[in-house]
Design a protein around this ligand. Structure first.
Ligand SMILES: [Zn+2]
Length: 429
């Protein structure tokens, strides 16, 4: 089944896009609907690539607004961990479906997830029509190293058997929740099986101080020594990385995902050093983090805060131009986040992702949105828009939202609320 979109506006030119087998088969001024195609007349709506959310804990939508004013450790110990101990597959499935509905609404096609019951998340992603890299978190501070290893091997094997839109990754939580021995094991298994590694790194200053005290080196150096820093490594946060660490990360080809809203909500006291990372040649992406610590999965809203926080922290309004910020949110500056999808090298702009042979993941924006249309599109998207400007979301050539309607959304919201009730965490009124 082919999908053809005509009458879309790309870089000021009216174009058509024809999608076959999940890929862009043709894009340009002369592309027209062929007999038998599913057809969309964009009516002059702007066409942009779909976004990539580089760090999530999708099912944590269930915890949105639950104890969020507490300090981090009290929030985890008193609110989150007791409820997470009760989670079952159906809780995670409906929490992840809720996250997927929100991401479809906000124009996200692909995300990198770390959460319990990863197969339930994978099932939710497949049912929603999105793409994800999925890994169950590893922790062994409680001594459950062997159990974690067995679970991880079972999960990655089962995830590999999911459909083409799901990729397995190994997701050690962080260097402070995972032992040195288990981290080494993760590095070996990831290399052996060609899997990506996804972890939190250098989120707080305390993490850096503790790493220096325990291992004598900063977090990225420690990770490299254990064999975990490579081309298929995604480092979430990276707020406290120094110049030496950034140069090492660039040399190893790893990716850093900034999570500015979660950093501000948890008051970590800094921003990911974007300018130094870019200048060192680090691949950079953008993530929301879990809905428990954000609380939104609207990547365009976070993009504004990413750009503003970088400008503010640098004391320099030129540190991150709007087109560059938009390219980061689309995953254009971090090929791994797009799973090596063409083109495999970093792209300058988001629009360069929309080429023949690339995944058919794109958005049509509301042409009549008050937030768009007068200024430069990239600038409007970064500073004036939110996910509310997305009219149509297409992922792998399938229409997941049209005219702002996500199929089945009411049921998803109702079922997620039932799961929150079951867990005793729903706050009424
Ligand atoms: Zn996280």
């Amino acid at each position: 089944m082919a999908l053809t979109v005509t009458g879309a506006l790309l870089d000021g030119e009216v174009v058509g896009v024809r999608c076959v087998d999940g890929l862009i088969a043709a894009i340009g001024a002369g592309v027209a609907t062929q007999p038998g195609d599913e057809a969309i007349d964009a009516g002059g709506a702007p066409l942009v690539p779909a976004l990539v959310n580089g760090h999530t804990h999708a099912a944590m939508t269930l915890f949105r607004g639950y104890g969020g004013d507490l300090p981090l450790m009290r929030w985890l110990e008193e609110k989150i961990w007791p409820v997470e101990a009760k989670l079952d597959d159906e809780d995670v499935y409906w929490g992840a479906r809720l996250a997927c509905a929100e991401m479809i609404r906000g124009g996200t096609a692909r995300f990198w997830d770390m959460y319990w019951h990863p197969l339930a998340t994978a099932r939710a992603v497949e049912d929603a029509g999105l793409r994800a890299h999925v890994g169950g978190p590893l922790f062994d501070v409680d001594g459950r190293t062997a159990e974690m290893q067995a679970q991880t091997l079972a999960d990655t094997e089962a995830l590999a058997g999911c459909g083409p839109t799901i990729a397995a990754s190994i997701a050690p939580h962080s260097i402070y929740m995972v032992s040195e021995a288990l981290l080494r094991w993760v590095g070996e298994r990831a290399t052996e099986r060609g899997l990506a590694i996804h972890l939190h790194l250098s989120e707080t200053e305390k993490e850096v101080a503790d790493c220096l005290a325990a291992h004598g080196v900063r977090p990225a150096i420690y990770l490299d020594r254990l064999g975990l820093l490579g081309e298929r490594t995604v480092l979430a946060h990276g707020v406290w990385l120094d110049q030496e660490e950034l140069e090492l990360i660039a040399a190893r080809g790893a990716t850093v995902v900034a999570n500015p809203v979660a950093n501000m909500k948890l008051a970590v006291g800094g921003v990911m050093p974007y300018r130094a990372a870019r200048d060192a040649g680090v691949a950079v992406g953008l993530g929301t983090d879990g809905a428990g610590s954000n609380d939104s999965l609207d990547l365009l809203s976070d993009l504004k805060l990413f750009a503003l926080s970088q400008r503010h922290a640098a004391g320099d309004p030129t540190v991150l131009p709007a087109a560059e910020a938009l390219a980061i949110a689309a995953g254009a500056r971090a090929p791994l986040l797009r799973d090596g999808a063409a083109p495999a090298t970093p792209s300058e702009t988001a629009a360069e992702l929309l080429v023949r042979g690339a995944p058919a993941d794109f958005l049509l924006l509301r042409g009549d949105s008050p937030a768009l249309g007068l200024g430069e599109l990239a600038s409007d998207l970064v500073y004036a828009a939110s996910g509310a400007v997305v009219d149509t979301t297409v992922v792998a050539g399938r229409v997941l939202m049209r005219g702002g309607v996500v199929e089945g959304e009411a049921e998803i919201v109702a079922r997620a609320a039932e799961r929150a009730d079951r867990l005793g965490i729903r706050v009424d009124g």
